[in-house]
Design a protein around this ligand. Structure first.
Ligand code: PLP
Length: 431
C-alpha cells in the first residue's frame, strides 16, 4: 500500500476480504470493479471463504461417521448451496420452499433434515415423497400428523425428536432457543414419553435425537452442557430398548461481527467428540451450522447517495436499506462498514449510516467514523448470513443482485430484481 494511504480498517472474520493498495478485494478481484459492473446494492461472496469455514468442521470431524447439514435458512441462494453440497454438505431445511431449492441444488435427498415447529401436511407429504433423511419433530401433535401422512403414502417417516435441553439461562443468558420458555423443541421431562409414542406409531421410524440451543453462540460451554443433557436421554432411551442411530447437535456457532471470539469449529468439535468418547457414544453425529459457514463469506456493496449534516447527527444515506440488510433493524445487530477505496483526502466524520426506506428503523450502522464522499462505495461486512435470505421488497425495492467470487473469477448467482418481477404476480383488477 502506498505510504499516503490511511490505515486500512479491519474486515472482521475473513482473510478472503482484504485491502491491496488501498482497494478492498474479494479473493483476487477488486470489489469496486464488481460494483461498477453489476451496480449496487450488491452481495458478493467468496467461495474460498465458504469452503474454508466448512473445512474447519470437516477437520474437526475427520474419521467419524458424520453429516454436516448446512442450515440453508441462513442463505439459500442456489450458487451457495451448490458450492456447499458439492463439498459434501447435506442440508437442513425449514419449509417446502427450502425443500424445492435443496432438491435443485443436487443434494442427495437422504442428506436433507427437515426442522421447524410448524410443518404443514403438504410440506410433510412433499418431503416424504422426496425421500428426505430425517424429520426433526418438535411436538407430540406433529408426531401424530406425520405418522398419519406417512401411512397415507404407504411410507415410514424417519424421525428425530428435537428436545429442549433447558440449559440454565443464568449461566448462559445469550441462549435463545434452548430454554423451557420458548416455542422450540420437546421439554426434556416429556422427551421419554414422546419417544415411547413415536416408537409405537407404525408410520414412523425413530432414527435420532436433536437439539438446537440458539444462535451466535460465542462460547463452547452451552454446547457441552446441552450435549450432556442429550446424552442422558440417549442413555435412558437405550435402557427402554429405543436405540438411536444419530445425535444431531444443531447449529448456532457464532462469528466475528466486531470483536467476538467464538471457538473455531474444529476446536469446539474436539471438545464435543471428547465428551462423546468419554461416554462410549459411537452414534453418527449430525450438525446443522448456518451462520458460521456463510456469515463472514459475504459482504454487501453499497453506494453513498447523500451526506446530510444535521443539528445533532450527520446522516450518511446509502443505497442499501433494511429490506436488504434487516439485521440492524430486527436485532440491533452490528455490521462493520468499510470503504471499498481508501481515500486520503476525505475528512473522517462520525455518521449515522441509514438507508432510503421510509422508517426510522432503517439504519445500518450507528456512530461510524468514515472518510467518504458522495458516490463512494462501501462494504457492509459479515453480510453472508441472514441478510439476503431475510431480504424483502418493502418500499417496492427489488432485491439486490448476488455475485460469487472464486479466485479471479466472478459469477452472477442471482440477478437484481426489477419491479416487473413482482408485478407479474399481480393481475390487473378485472371488476
Ligand atoms: C437456524 C437453525 C440452525 C442454524 O443456526 P445458525 O445459528 O445459523 O448456525 C440450525 N438448526 C435449526 C433447527 C435452526 O433453526
Amino acid at each position: 500500500m502506498p505510504a499516503s494511504c490511511p490505515a486500512a480498517p479491519l474486515v472482521p472474520g475473513s482473510p478472503f476480504f482484504h485491502y491491496a493498495d488501498g482497494h478492498l478485494m474479494a479473493e483476487g478481484l477488486a470489489l469496486a470493479d464488481l460494483a461498477r459492473q453489476h451496480g449496487t446494492p450488491l452481495f458478493v461472496y467468496s467461495q474460498a471463504a465458504l469452503l474454508d469455514a466448512l473445512a474447519a468442521y470437516q477437520r474437526g470431524l475427520a474419521g467419524r461417521d458424520t453429516l454436516i447439514c448446512y442450515a440453508m435458512k441462513a442463505n439459500s441462494t442456489l450458487g451457495l448451496l451448490q458450492t456447499l453440497v458439492q463439498a459434501g454438505c447435506g442440508l437442513d431445511i425449514v419449509s417446502g420452499g427450502e425443500l424445492v431449492r435443496a432438491l435443485r441444488s443436487g443434494v442427495d435427498p437422504g442428506h436433507i433434515v427437515f426442522s421447524g415447529v410448524g410443518k404443514s401436511r403438504l410440506e410433510m407429504r412433499q418431503a416424504l415423497q422426496a425421500g428426505i433423511g430425517c424429520f426433526n419433530v418438535e411436538s407430540l401433535a406433529e408426531l401424530e400428523v406425520l405418522n398419519h401422512e406417512a401411512l397415507a403414502l404407504g411410507r415410514q417417516a424417519p424421525v428425530s425428536l428435537r428436545v429442549n435441553p433447558d440449559v440454565d439461562a443464568r449461566t448462559h443468558p445469550y441462549i435463545s432457543t434452548g430454554l423451557k420458555a420458548n416455542k422450540f423443541g420437546i421439554a426434556h421431562e416429556q422427551a421419554l414419553a414422546a419417544y415411547r409414542r413415536a416408537a409405537a406409531l407404525p408410520g414412523l421410524r425413530v432414527l435420532g435425537i436433536d437439539c438446537h440451543i440458539g444462535s451466535q453462540i460465542t462460547d463452547s460451554a452451552p454446547y457441552l452442557d446441552a450435549l450432556e443433557r442429550v446424552l442422558d436421554l440417549v442413555q435412558a432411551l437405550e435402557q427402554e430398548g429405543i436405540a438411536l442411530e444419530h445425535i444431531d447437535l444443531g447449529g448456532g456457532l457464532g462469528i466475528t461481527y466486531l470483536d467476538e471470539t467464538p471457538p473455531a469449529a474444529d476446536r469446539l468439535l474436539a471438545q464435543v467428540l471428547q465428551r462423546l468418547d468419554a461416554r462410549g457414544c459411537r452414534h453418527r453425529l449430525l450438525l446443522e451450522p448456518g451462520r458460521s459457514l456463510v456469515g463472514n463469506a459475504g459482504v454487501c456493496l453499497t453506494e453513498v447517495l447523500y451526506q446530510k449534516p444535521g443539528a445533532e447527527k450527520n446522516f450518511l444515506i446509502i443505497d442499501a436499506a433494511m429490506n436488504d440488510l434487516p439485521r440492524p433493524a430486527l436485532y440491533q445487530a452490528y455490521h462493520a462498514i468499510v470503504p471499498l477505496q481508501l481515500d486520503t483526502d476525505a475528512t473522517p466524520v462520525q455518521y449515522e449510516v441509514v438507508g432510503p426506506v421510509c422508517e426510522s428503523g432503517d439504519w445500518i450502522g450507528r456512530e461510524r467514523t468514515l472518510a467518504v464522499r458522495t458516490g463512494d462505495w462501501l462494504a457492509v461486512c459479515s453480510a453472508g448470513a441472514y441478510c439476503m435470505s431475510m431480504a424483502s421488497n418493502y418500499n417496492s425495492r427489488g432485491r439486490a443482485a448476488e455475485v460469487l467470487v472464486a479466485g479471479q473469477s466472478a459469477q452472477l448467482i442471482r440477478q437484481r430484481e426489477n419491479p416487473d418481477d413482482s408485478l407479474g404476480l399481480e393481475p390487473p383488477l378485472g371488476f
